[in-house]
Structures are given as structure tokens and as C-alpha cells.
Design a protein around this ligand. Structure first.
Ligand code: TRP
Length: 408
């Protein structure tokens, strides 16, 4: 684990850019800031704040992931304002719509792990694990299936859109249809109070809370109702693709990946969509919908101006000039390249180091999975006990039945 030492050098706070200061809200007010409404909730008081989140391993992570979630996770990890933090690779969920392409999922586990580690997640502080290595999650999913109706799943907005996106309408795999239940198991097996995720995940959290309520109502208080922790800054919610399209997506080829070389990144920035009406340098330009400025919003700081472009004090001054006219796109792009290089170079370097020791990366995932499994197994013991399906440990049951038959 010698690599882990490097993590402590990662300066997340100064790396954040001006967008993140206000980028994340804690969705819960003071006093209930750990995500559970009911302060009298016994489980909450015992367990404190537990953070859990994850990604499907279907591709390398890009700058959208970085500003939307990764950067925040590293910040959370270093704040230490939690009792436990789990970040996992959701391979089981990835298989729900990639059943015929397991190789894609298999190859992307290492990509996501490398992206996590290079972005600064520290296995000493965060438990990194692989979903399929925790069979307890599958078991809990099966018990939860009895608590959810088909029509409730059909109403889940995220599932609805995803079914359309994948043209699954006529033949929805059952596993895909029920993945919100499996996601509820992921969250509750670790008694997570706080799930940092995008707003598209809110319906999943809603459904998870319903399952928890129903479980606790029927079997007794075992599980914890989780809350989502949303990014507040719009830019951070959704960084557009380099072509100005609303979302970065692999199929559109408009992503800048964390693992891109400086050269690849530079080419992508040079080809970035700006203001199509800004034809000559003298023309006034628009900054709204101008991808270069959206990226500068997400990444640049006053320090960057002092270091690379002291003619301007901050982004507002630069925007003013661009809007007045007399400022060329290429100058702005060159500045963005410097800003991104500064941000990404330490990430690239760490990635390069970890790439030299792939077995060690798998070892980190293995150790994390073992630790995570212990936690999930403990919850499952409690779940089985609450459901009274722990027959072999239920001495009272055995004795009562023994007496009943003896006295027959
Ligand atoms: N649904 C998430 C995604 O698409 C991945 C995921 C699976 C997840 N289980 C989770 C996220 C539990 C947060 C909590 O990226």
C-alpha cells in the first residue's frame, strides 16, 4: 500500500476552482445534517454519518464526472466529517443492461478504479469495493423484492427514461427493471445515511426510503433511510460536451477524459464549441452557452488568472472583455488549456504510477471488498434476525417447537 502515502499530498481544497465553494449543499439542515430526519432514530445515533456512492463501470470517467462527483468525494474524504465512506464499482448494475457484453464491464473495472485513485480517493480513508464481490447485496435484493410492486417500479422516472433510451420497451430484462431494488440494497446494506449523487438519482433514493420504511414497519427498526447529497452548482451538475451538447457522452465523442494525455486534451479544447456568432475578434461574443466559458466557470480560479493571465483579475473581467468584443476565442482556449493542465497533471501522474502496478490496484479493491463484505454481512445478520429467518441461531424457536412436540 506504499502508494497510498501519496494521497496525503493531494491538495483538494485549492484544487477546487471557484465553482465548488458553493457547489454542494448539504441537503439537510443543521442538527439533522447527517441525513436522517428523525433525531430519535436509534440507528442514526449509533451509526453517525455514513457516505456511500458508486459508478457503473461502463467507460472511463471524464471531466463531467470529475466536477459533478469525483472532486466532491475527495473533498468529503478529506473533511473527515463522516464515520465511514464507501465508494464502489457497480458492476452488477452495469450488467443489467450489458448482459451480452460482460467484457466491457470487466475491462472498465480497472479504468474506474484507476480514475478513482488518480483523482485522489485514498483507500486508507475510503472503502473502495466491487459490487459483485458482496453476495449479501444480492440476498438483500431478493428480500426487498417482496416489498415492491411492479407498478411502483414502472412509475420510477429514472427507469422509465432509461427503458426508452435503450429501446427496451418491448423486452425489458427483469434484472434491469428491478435495478432500483438492487440499488436500495447497495445503500441499506451499509446503513448509508448520505448518498452523494446527481439529481437523476433522486427517484432511486425515494424508492430506497420507501423500501426502508416498509421493511422497518413490518420487521422492526433495522435499516436507515438515506438522503441524497446533490451538487448545487448548475455547471457542476452537468458539464456540457466539448461540442456544446448538453451532456458528455462516450457515444457522442465529446468527452475529455481524466486519462486523456495533455495533447489529447489540448486538441479537444482547441476544437471546442464557442459562440458561432463571434466571427471576427472585434465582434462582441456571447458567454452563455459558450463551452469554453462554461468550463472556465467550473475550473478556473483567481489564482489561475494571476499565474497565467494577469491582464485579468478574474473570470468576470474576462467575460466582460469577451462580451464587449476584441477578444479572440483562441486566447481563451489557450488559457483554459493551462487551467486544465494544472488541474489534470497531478491526476495524470498518479494514474501513470498506478498503471505501473495494476496488481496493487486489484489488491486495493480486494481488500476494500473484504472490508465492505464484513459490514454488509453484519447488516444481513440483523435483517435475517428481524425477519425471523435465522432458524439455526434461534434457540427459542427450536426449544419451543421441541417442547410442543414432546408434549403432544
Ligand atoms: N446508479 C448509479 C449510476 O448509474 C450507480 C449506483 C449503483 C449507485 N448503486 C448505487 C449510486 C448506490 C449511489 C448509490 O451511476
Amino acid at each position: 500500500m506504499h502508494k497510498a502515502e501519496n494521497f496525503h499530498e493531494i491538495e483538494t481544497k485549492t484544487e477546487m476552482g471557484n465553482a465548488t465553494e458553493s457547489a454542494w449543499q448539504n441537503p439537510c439542515s443543521k442538527g439533522t445534517k447527517y441525513g436522517i430526519n428523525n433525531k430519535n432514530n436509534k440507528i442514526y445515533n449509533e451509526m453517525g454519518k455514513i457516505i456511500l456512492t458508486g459508478d457503473r463501470p461502463t467507460g472511463r470517467l471524464h471531466l463531467g464526472h470529475y466536477v459533478g462527483s469525483l472532486r466532491r468525494r475527495v473533498e468529503l474524504q478529506n473533511d473527515g466529517d463522516f464515520d465511514k465512506m464507501f465508494v464502489f464499482i457497480a458492476d452488477v448494475q452495469a450488467l443489467t443492461d450489458n448482459a451480452d457484453n460482460p467484457e466491457k464491464v470487466r475491462q472498465n473495472i480497472i479504468e474506474v478504479a484507476l480514475d478513482y485513485l488518480s483523482a485522489g480517493l485514498d483507500p486508507e480513508k475510503v472503502t473502495l469495493f466491487v459490487q459483485s464481490m458482496i453476495p449479501e447485496l444480492a440476498e438483500l435484493t431478493v428480500y426487498f423484492m417482496n416489498l415492491v410492486t411492479v407498478s411502483r417500479l414502472q412509475r420510477n422516472p429514472t427507469v422509465k427514461t432509461e427503458i426508452q433510451m435503450r429501446n427496451f420497451e418491448t423486452s425489458i430484462p427483469v434484472g434491469f427493471f428491478t435495478y432500483p431494488i438492487s440499488q436500495a440494497a447497495d445503500i441499506t446494506a451499509f446503513k448509508a445515511t448520505t448518498v452523494p449523487a446527481g439529481e437523476d438519482q433522486e427517484p432511486m433514493l425515494e424508492q430506497t426510503r420507501e423500501i426502508v420504511k416498509r421493511f422497518n414497519y413490518i420487521y422492526g427498526d433495522v435499516l436507515v433511510e438515506p438522503k441524497i447529497m446533490l451538487p448545487t452548482n448548475q455547471v457542476c451538475c452537468r458539464l456540457p460536451g466539448t461540442d456544446g451538447k448538453a451532456k458528455m457522452s462516450k457515444s457522442l465523442g465529446n468527452c475529455i477524459y481524466l486519462s486523456d494525455s495533455s495533447k489529447e486534451m489540448q486538441q479537444k479544447v482547441k476544437g471546442m464549441y464557442t459562440d458561432p456568432g463571434h466571427l471576427r475578434v472585434e465582434d462582441p461574443g456571447k458567454v452563455e452557452g459558450n463551452t469554453v466559458f462554461t468550463y472556465l466557470d467550473a475550473f478556473s480560479t483567481e489564482d489561475d488568472f494571476a499565474e497565467f493571465w494577469p491582464e485579468y483579475k478574474n473570470l468576470d473581467e474576462l467575460k466582460d472583455h469577451y462580451q464587449r468584443g476584441g477578444l479572440g476565442d483562441m486566447k481563451c482556449k489557450k488559457f483554459l488549456i493551462k487551467v486544465l493542465d494544472k488541474r489534470l497533471e497531478p491526476i495524470r501522474q498518479r494514474r501513470h504510477e498506478f498503471e505501473q502496478d495494476i496488481p496493487e490496484v486489484y489488491n486495493i479493491l480486494k481488500k476494500g471488498s473484504e472490508a465492505a463484505r464484513e459490514v454488509a454481512a453484519k447488516t444481513l445478520d440483523e435483517v435475517r434476525e428481524a425477519m425471523k429467518i435465522n432458524y439455526f441461531n434461534d434457540a427459542a424457536l427450536i426449544q419451543q417447537q421441541a417442547e410442543m412436540y414432546r408434549n403432544k
